[in-house]
Design a protein around this ligand. Sequence first.
Ligand SMILES: NC(=O)C1=CN([C@@H]2O[C@H](COP(=O)(O)OP(=O)(O)OC[C@H]3O[C@@H](n4cnc5c(N)ncnc54)[C@H](OP(=O)(O)O)[C@@H]3O)[C@@H](O)[C@H]2O)C=CC1
Ligand SMILES: N[C@@H](CC=O)C(=O)O
Length: 355
Amino acid sequence: MKKVQLILFGIGNVGSTFINQILEAKEIFKQQNLAVEIPVIVNSTTAFFKDEGVDQSWKANFKDFSLPYRLEDIVQFVQSKKWKNVVVIDATASKQLVANYTFLVENGFHIIAANKVANTLAYEEYAYFKEVLKENNTHFLYETNVGAGLPVIETLKSLYNSAEKITKIRGVFSGSLSYIFNTFSEEDKSFSKVLTLAKEKGFTEPDPRTDLSGTDVARKLLILARELQFSYNLEDVKVKSLVPFHLTATTSVTTFQEKITDLDEEFESLKAKLNENEVLRYIGEFDVEQEVLEVKLVSEQKQNPLGALQGADALFEIYTESYGNQPLVIQGAGAGAKVTARGLVSDVVKLAERI
Ligand SMILES: NC(=O)C1=CN([C@@H]2O[C@H](COP(=O)(O)OP(=O)(O)OC[C@H]3O[C@@H](n4cnc5c(N)ncnc54)[C@H](OP(=O)(O)O)[C@@H]3O)[C@@H](O)[C@H]2O)C=CC1
Ligand SMILES: N[C@@H](CC=O)C(=O)O
């Protein structure tokens, strides 16, 4: 039986669902000759350790017994156990944790991330991290970075590795913005109310401005472009932000939340300009041949594939030489704790096959 120990950073929407899915998957793992345990779970301030792995009581145990920690304590704890296959699961949006990825890899940890920060670092830092992974013979999996549980990165990589010429990638890359514009275009609710609902449903980033500013879609475009071996940076993506200037990064998340009704007037006026048969869509587009990466708000006909999207669905159109004018399309929930956590579980199984 192959044993894999997971060190989970982040027990919010995605992380907590991930724990429950891992605990429920034990029988299926056994059929694959695999045993997966989570002996360490961590939030931004405290950590809970259990040698044999957390069980169904993890929430109460974390509340009662977790302790302040330093990253070095976790590394020391793991090394003292002499476990062979240790994987860090990054279910945070933390830049600070990503700054420690190299340290973790150098200590023999593999990494699986829902966090998109590592793949969108300045190109030199990103390339350096990839080198460190190679030198230490460790794996880094991140399928959930684009399209949550949808197999977008895997599909694109497979096309690229088969020497298929990819000409364009286009679509609705953000589950939260899909939900927001579906609901706002169809229902009689203010934009701020719909944004609050999207946050409550776990679709948005911890700071919803990461979605509204276009940063999240720009990150996804950059990640896909880097999979095609382009060395772009985030600054190379032309982005139409939906956050008014007075609510940008200089204000705290709390102040932003208090003032979100400031967004309503602008979006009501955009909605008023739509024809009966149109909806708003926030799209990402990478024209590979022209080398143009763009994130923009457009109006789409309801009967078109992008216009007809429902719920928090994302849609990725991949245009290639062989597929011609009819792109390969990947569509489904683009955000949400269940699908994202399942994508992480799937990465765990893939990684276990490689080690
Ligand atoms: N939600 C979704 O649909 C999807 C999310 N993702 C990605 O998943 C990640 C998590 O999203 P989500 O679960 O919604 O976010 P949440 O805000 O619900 O949870 C974030 C968790 O990370 C913890 N955390 C923050 N900083 C650190 C740190 N330095 N060390 C350890 N833990 C830390 C937080 O702890 P504390 O409570 O103490 O602050 C919290 O437990 C994000 O990167 C997001 O982009 C990817 C695809 C889809
Ligand atoms: N906030 C993101 C979550 C997944 O990456 C989105 O809305 O798509």
